[in-house]
Design a protein around this ligand. Structure first.
Ligand SMILES: Cc1cc2nc3c(=O)[nH]c(=O)nc-3n(C[C@H](O)[C@H](O)[C@H](O)COP(=O)(O)OP(=O)(O)OC[C@H]3O[C@@H](n4cnc5c(N)ncnc54)[C@H](O)[C@@H]3O)c2cc1C
Length: 373
């Protein structure tokens, strides 16, 4: 299938999909309006290689993460690292579910963990906790990895606003391709589900000690997680990390770009207070270093759906990513959809609607017999 394919977006999705399609012999070009790969959310997040422990309230997300974790380890063995002590703890008063329910959900999802005595020296007011094998993504290394391998096909400082369908192809910035893939995480619009754009603030901290990763679940809680530098952690909070909720990417960007020192100070105080409720030594152990700003595209809803979807709009495939571990899922969906498009199979088309919506767990349209990426 030697197709010419334009990919818009050089984040985790655009880069992984680009590499996978190239390895199948396709002629790929990747456009990004930024000057380097992973410039937006892909380079600015908590860098957690999820297994599913974060998503007690969404089955599809857990299943995608569990499988994506294994595939990430196989495909990119050098791009993540072990987190020696990686604790998920269920606090007594603030969790939306009790510890036994949490454990049952994880066990029934096929996730392995080791139960720990609640609290230990580090945490207080915790009903129960588990040690997991989730890892940390090595983001600088990943940026170099994709930058080097894709250097001949990456086109930086090149925004793409219009994708025009022409006969059996598409025009992207005046050039013809067989297909286009929108991997902008909804920043060009055109997603088929209601989403909100959420500017986010994470805080960076330094510590001289080896502190476990601690994620408090489930609900409006917080977490402290190591980065690729073992002494630097991010602090994130479900209620305090978001800076707003917007209907458009442009409005979210405007909010992100006007963050003041006063706002950071207030957020920092709120997030440190929240973490200190269950980790009273937080302020003694960690020294504030700085901030990380990003934008998260989220489906509307309260049960934390972070699963990946791919939509087809004519000869354009639109990726709605949730987390990094679903890059493989997205690639397979795109390959299935290309095959369906080639054989003119109108997979999942309703009357008058020219689109495919393949939800997690839905069967691939046409079983393509290739191992991807
Ligand atoms: C605060 C936060 C914490 C997170 N924590 C985790 C975590 O711990 N683990 C995890 O797995 N996931 C996490 N995520 C989610 C993860 O970051 C995303 O799933 C992932 O980065 C999305 O990758 P992407 O390639 O789809 O989008 P992006 O990384 O946003 O890339 C989109 C690219 O498209 C480009 N672009 C946009 N519009 C245009 C245009 N018109 N023309 C050309 N280029 C354009 C942008 O410049 C950008 O480079 C987190 C996200 C946030 C915000």
């Amino acid at each position: 299938m030697p197709f010419r394919i334009a990919i818009i977006g050089a984040g985790w999705y655009g880069c992984h999909i680009g590499l996978a399609l190239q390895s199948l012999g396709m002629d790929v070009e990747i456009f990004d309006k930024a000057h380097r790969p992973f410039h937006l959310a892909s380079g600015n997040n908590q860098f957690r290689l999820h297994q599913g422990f974060h998503y007690a309230r969404h089955h599809g997300t857990r299943m995608q993460s569990r499988d994506g974790f294994i595939r990430f380890m196989e495909r990119y063995p050098t791009l993540s690292a072990d987190v020696a002590e990686n604790i998920y703890a269920v606090p007594n008063e603030s969790s939306l579910m009790d510890f036994n329910t949490y454990k049952l959900i994880m066990v029934s999802s096929g996730l392995n963990f080791v139960e720990l005595p609640p609290g230990g020296d580090l945490l207080t007011n915790v009903e129960g906790m588990v040690h997991t094998h989730e890892r940390v993504i090595l983001i600088d290394r990943a940026r170099r990895y994709f930058g080097e391998r894709l250097r001949n096909v990456l086109r930086f400082n090149t925004p793409v606003e219009q994708i025009t369908e022409v006969g059996s192809g598409v025009l992207v910035n005046g050039r013809r391709y067989d297909y286009a893939i929108d991997a902008t995480w909804g920043h060009r619009g055109g997603l088929r589900i209601p989403v909100i754009y959420e500017p986010t603030l994470l805080l960076y901290y330094e510590t001289a000690e080896r502190v476990p990763a601690v994620t408090l679940v489930d609900g409006p809680l917080c977490s402290v997680y190591p980065t690729e530098d073992a002494n630097i952690y991010t602090l994130s909070s479900v209620p305090h990390t978001p800076l707003g909720r917007f209907d458009s990417s442009a409005a979210a960007v405007a909010c992100r770009d006007t963050v003041t020192a006063e706002l950071v100070a207030a957020k920092r105080d709120a997030m440190e207070r929240q973490m200190s409720v269950n980790m009273p030594s937080f302020r003694d152990r960690f020294r504030f270093m700085g901030i990380q700003l990003a934008i998260k595209t989220k489906p509307v809803g309260s049960f934390d759906d972070r699963s990946c979807h791919v939509y087809r709009d004519g000869r354009t495939f639109v990726v709605m990513s949730g987390k990094i571990d679903t890059i493989f899922f997205a690639t397979e969906r795109i390959l299935s959809m290309i095959e369906a498009a080639q054989s003119d199979m109108p997979a999942f088309e309703g009357p008058g609607i020219k689109q495919d919506i393949l939800a997690p767990g839905a069967p691939a349209a046409g079983g393509i017999a290739v191992e991807v990426g």
